[in-house]
Design a protein around this ligand. Structure first.
Ligand SMILES: Cc1cc2nc3c(=O)[nH]c(=O)nc-3n(C[C@H](O)[C@H](O)[C@H](O)COP(=O)(O)O)c2cc1C
Length: 208
């Protein structure tokens, strides 16, 4: 496999109080270090300003990430791999990230979402709080896209520590536990694996 095969990765996420934003940045940085061209994008906020203002962590995250461009359909169209991040909402994907995915209908209809790599990451307040169901729900869309889902599995010894083969995840204990070294390591493992697998897929397809 040619290590010079260029790989484009879009890290597209929603984060209210900053947990997913922290993981997204680690994933984006790692993918870049692994040689990919990266777009880090946050999806559009749908909550009213009054809800954001009522939660200091939410307001702070909105402020601190305002320089990150808002995700557009073109970002996923451009990418060879999309790494998608969402907090767990009742064991499911947030409406904000889902709205982004729902707006991709025209690209889906043209078959432009197929043959890309997809991978996901999440966080929750509690252990067993729905992280795996959230990632599996997220991956439903990738099946419809005709995507190649690349989960981390237990492909690195560290995965036996964080324990989530479906994707990077973190338990934030209602904001009391910021993203830690275990979750950051999982983020790096996942990002490196996505770049490696995307490069292999692209190089292989080019030879067909
Ligand atoms: C409406 C709502 C629903 C949530 N549902 C769950 C849940 O099902 N399980 C859980 O453990 N945490 C749940 N949480 C907590 C968030 O998933 C968790 O705090 C997450 O880490 C926040 O990520 P962020 O800081 O990137 O916004 C919920 C939070 C909200 C606001």
């Amino acid at each position: 496999m040619s290590t010079s095969t260029p790989v484009k990765v879009a890290v597209i996420y929603y984060s209210a109080t900053g947990t997913i934003a922290t993981l997204a940045k680690e994933i984006a940085d790692t993918a870049e270090k692994a040689g990919a061209e990266v777009r880090l994008r946050r999806v559009r906020e749908l909550a009213p300003q009054s809800a954001i203002d009522s939660n200091p962590a939410w307001a702070a995250n909105a402020r601190e990430t305002s320089d990150i461009p808002e995700a557009a359909p073109d970002d996923i169209d451009w990418a060879d791999a999309a790494i998608l991040g969402t907090p767990t909402r009742y064991g499911n994907v947030t409406s904000q990230l889902k709205q982004y995915l729902d707006a991709l209908g025209p690209l889906w209809a043209e078959g432009r979402l197929a043959d890309k790599v997809y991978s996901g990451f999440t966080s929750s307040s509690t252990a067993h709080g729905g992280q795996e169901s959230t990632l599996l729900a997220l991956y439903n869309s990738a099946h419809h896209f005709g995507g190649i889902i690349v989960p981390p599995g237990y492909t690195d010894a560290s995965k036996f520590e964080d324990g989530n083969p479906y994707g990077t995840s973190h338990v934030d204990a209602q904001g009391q536990k910021p993203v830690d070294g275990t979750a950051l390591k999982a983020a790096r493992v996942q990002a490196e694996r996505v770049v490696l697998m995307t490069r292999a897929l692209k190089a292989g397809l080019a030879e067909q």
